[in-house]
Design a protein around this ligand. Sequence first.
Ligand code: SDX
Length: 428
Amino acid sequence: MSDIAKIEVGGKTYEFPIVEGTENEHAINISKLRGASGGLITIDPGYKNTGSCISEVTFLDGEKGILRYRGYSIENLAEKADFLEVAYLLIFGELPNEEELNKFHDDIKKNSIVDDDIKKILDAFPKTAHPMGVLSSLTSALTAFNSSSVDVNSEEKMYNSIVKILGKFPVLVAWTMRKKQGLPLDYGDSSLGYVENLLKMMFKKPNEEYQNNPIITDALDKLLILHADHEQNCSTSTVRIVGSSHAGLFASISSGISALWGPLHGGANQAVLEMLAGIQEDGGDTEKYMAKAKDKSDPFRLMGFGHRVYKNFDPRAKIIKVAANEVLEDLGVEDPILDIARALEKEALEDDYFVARKLYPNVDFYSGIIYRAMGIPTEMFTVMFALGRLPGWIAQWREMRLNKEPIGRPRQIYTGKNLRPFVSVEKR
Ligand code: SDX
């Protein structure tokens, strides 16, 4: 491919360099377009054809169903690594050796205490509050208790805020769930592994010794790895653009949580379970819901299907589908919802409408089934997604800051009223 792109407008030809990535992707660098053309810009609602940055963190190929973190395949990492190793890899670019991993975990443990006054903020929420709204608020509130984590313009200060959020976030996740359940807020046990400690904080009964279930711990560790990053998705792009104003890491992460909450994005895992439960209550008639999904006059969409980038199987969905079978079998859980999911998937994969639009199951289609088998409440599913995505948000935010990227400020094409005179209220 040529290294120059030519755009001809109004009889004039403009030339722009073509950027080539390490995986044979190409982009036209139009950063000089407006200046060179006296005002021309491009427009691309939803950024379906527009790259926002160059990045070394994650590579995915939607047509081939490939996903790699820093060059390692998601299949390899899900099978051989643990979540904290993957977090280190995403954030710092290399898999840690034993000493690096132990120091990273120790630094996280040292920063895993949350100021008790955060509980006063938590108390102010009604039990009906959605956990994602609570988590986003508490994450932003961390800024008030960790002011040194706002103006982080050195790698050392960045590292300190990174281990703080990695230490405190699981506590906020557990407290958000337990507050809704009316259970005491627990700090877990820092002698445990990262995921095991999270599960203990979430599930320890006040009147019982906590028994770790390695099946659940291992399954959750794998799920968190599978959610850890996904290049410039909606919530990660949000974290990058908020961070580009030099808002602190916690404020940027808080904005990412809000973006992830939407049912078209991370909120889909909750929406999938609610959809499957609805189909089950309605007699399990999957064909009826397939018809609704294809009916343009019906706002219903098949949640957990389709993807902005994957026009093939989401590689994470493939791994989670196998894990769902294994976890339910290991836990001895018979869940009719899984049968409905399998029936729906089979129908969709054979349906012309879905095949023509390359709509395949995505990461959210099966994950909720595993969370449910673990005893995680449906409203907490997207919170689990947020915990998984935390290292990716951090990695992308750190890359953006270290690359000294300019503040994100898109242009627009104005289509409103032309200049008109003010009319006083008595004359309107
Ligand atoms: C995540 O970006 C990421 O990487 C996200 C994520 C990550 O890890 O960060 O992978 C996580 O968000 C996964 C996606 C979870 N969302 C859902 O499962 C919600 C259901 N899916 C859809 O809403 C939709 O597929 C999106 C939002 C995921 C993608 O939407 P696009 O790319 O904007 O595609 P589109 O809406 O333009 O759809 C193209 C066509 C349309 O029909 P036509 O106008 O061509 O006739 O496909 C149809 C859509 O109506 N379509 C669906 C559908 N998804 C798309 N029809 C029925 N059911 C669906 N789920």
